[in-house]
Write a protein that binds this ligand. Structure first.
Ligand code: FB9
Length: 491
């Protein structure tokens, strides 16, 4: 019978029972009993209260005496009927000093000096080794020793007092003498037949530790991410906090001066969140300025002249770019009493409700760099891009005018990839518009340049992958993850 069922049967006959007593009764290791109790407690079949008790246990020497006999008994049994020179006896018998003294005081032996050299002889024909008997009773958990005897054994280091933590058990709310079979898997068959309604499932043990991994290898994406992170850190950039995938439309679009009727804000391009559907907490004075610059213009801009709606800005979504985080960081920077130049970067997931194909999934990692300082120009942007992409191994850049709602001017970035033998698009960039920066409260002469690229594109090129599903997703060949080389960008 299972240990936990044996525990239930004992508890059925007793209001309360201690795990120590159970361990003795079942002749089981106490820790094993405690383990079984914990599993019964998880099922609410028992309740346990931690208790401390002290008890006497044999020391190592006490164990030896219980097995071999007391030192005095061993010495007595080493004395032949004809006697033995004391010097020889003391040399040959283990623990002879203690054994001789105790055997003499017990009247078991005597010393005959009539023949010159002291001869040890037996004084009695037989002895009873009560020390050994007592210690073997303690081993069995029977402790009827008188205090003076127990203290003597303690003094002889045969016994020691130990504190034992145990548990006092009582019947739990779900007590029964048998354990219902608990399902550990919810199967499709249970769902289809509805049989799950009459089954009991084992509760999740969220405290259980996971299986320690036998080995591990960084995914290629994370290798490239580490390289990009190193480049930004080398260039003195600070990483932005991007650990919030769910964002409000306000920070993802409105703060970037992206109009509420922009197609990118449509559900066909963006994943909106149904619960929680809205955010209502914003810096309202700042929000008011954003509303103004969209609907009526300001700061020298005519704005978009439309009826800007708070409800639209409150809608939660999965961020479509990490530029939402850049907006939060720049707003926070604008709250400083004294403006200080900053260099930020981010590398994290973004989500777009796009048509999937061999190189596009609904999510990808965006890499973004942002530099805020007084009097920056397009030349600073080009110089910064040159320095950044040189570290990626791109030494020939070309720029093409582009459009972003939040940057003016904007440029697509191209580089000649020697490995592929052609020019490839490697990112997008621009200077954030005053309609984005001034409502935040940044000084008028502060300019912010920024650029972005993805992590997946460079990784696929680096590792020669043509389909994004060979890089991420359930079809990934883990052997590729294990064997692909360390990422070294041709700096
Ligand atoms: O990463 C991209 N290409 C790339 C980058 C590096 C590279 O290195 C190689 C071998 C070592 C190779 C290729 N692109 C950007 C360009 C194209 O891949 C493009 O087709 C796909 N783009 C993504 C967007 O797709 C929806 C890449 C992604 C992208 C594009 C723009 C930004 C971020 C990511 C941006 C931005 C931005 C602009 C202004 C201010 C702030 C941010």
């Amino acid at each position: 019978m299972e240990l936990n069922e044996r525990i239930l049967l004992v508890l059925d006959k007793n209001e309360r029972v201690d795990t120590l007593k159970l361990a003795l009764e079942f002749n089981e290791d106490h820790q094993k009993v405690v383990g079984a109790v914990k599993s019964l407690e998880a099922l609410e079949m028992v309740t346990s209260e931690a208790v401390k008790s002290t008890r006497w246990e044999l020391t190592e020497e006490g164990q030896l005496v219980a097995d071999k006999g007391s030192h005095e008994a061993v010495l007595y049994r080493s004395v032949p009927d004809t006697g033995i020179p004391q010097a020889e006896l003391m040399k040959t018998v283990p623990n002879a000093k203690v054994g001789f003294s105790k055997a003499m005081s017990s009247g078991w032996i005597l010393i005959d000096k009539s023949g010159g050299a002291p001869l040890v002889k037996k004084k009695v024909d037989s002895i009873t080794d009560t020390v050994q008997d007592h210690l073997n009773e303690i081993k069995k958990g029977i402790d009827n020793l008188a205090d003076n005897i127990r203290n003597d054994y303690k003094k002889r280091k045969l016994l020691q007092e130990v504190t034992i933590k145990s548990f006092l058990l009582s019947k739990g709310p779900q007590f029964a003498t048998t354990i219902k079979k608990l399902e550990t898997d919810l199967t499709s068959e249970m769902l289809l037949t509805g049989s799950w309604k009459n089954l009991d499932f084992k509760p999740y043990n969220f405290d259980a530790l996971g299986q320690p991994p036998e080995c591990g290898h960084l995914h290629p994406l994370l290798k490239v991410r580490s390289e990009f992170r190193e480049i930004f850190l080398e260039m003195g950039f600070t990483e932005m906090p991007t650990n919030m995938y769910v964002e409000s439309s306000f920070w993802n679009f409105d703060a970037l001066f992206q109009p509420q009727q922009h197609p990118a804000r449509d559900a066909h391009d963006t994943f909106f969140i149904s619960n929680p559907a809205v955010t209502t907490k914003f810096p309202m004075d700042y929000l008011e300025r954003v509303k103004q610059v969209h609907s009526k213009g300001g700061y020298g801009s005519q704005g978009y002249r439309y009826d800007w709606k708070l409800e639209e800005a409150q809608k939660n979504l999965l961020r479509t770019h990490t530029t939402a985080v850049s907006a939060r960081m720049l707003y926070q920077l604008a709250q400083q009493k004294q403006f200080t130049p900053q260099k930020y970067f981010s590398i994290d997931k973004v989500f777009r409700n796009e048509t999937l194909d061999a190189t596009h999934l609904a999510e990808f990692h965006q890499v973004e760099g942002v530099v805020a300082a007084r009097g920056l120009s397009l030349a600073d942007l080009i110089g910064t891009l040159d320095a950044f992409f040189k570290r990626l191994g791109f030494h020939r850049l070309q720029f093409k005018p582009a459009y972003n709602p939040y940057t003016e001017p904007s440029m697509e970035i191209f580089a000649y990839h020697t490995g592929l033998g052609k020019w490839i698009e490697i990112g997008n960039s621009g200077v954030f518009r005053p309609e984005m920066l001034l409502p935040m409260g940044l000084p008028e002469d502060v300019r912010v340049i920024a650029w972005g690229l993805s992590l997946e594109r460079p990784t696929m090129i680096k590792y020669g992958l043509n389909n994004i599903r060979d890089l991420v997703g359930p079809r990934v060949d883990l052997q590729m993850v294990q064997t692909n080389p360390i990422c070294r960008l041709d700096k």
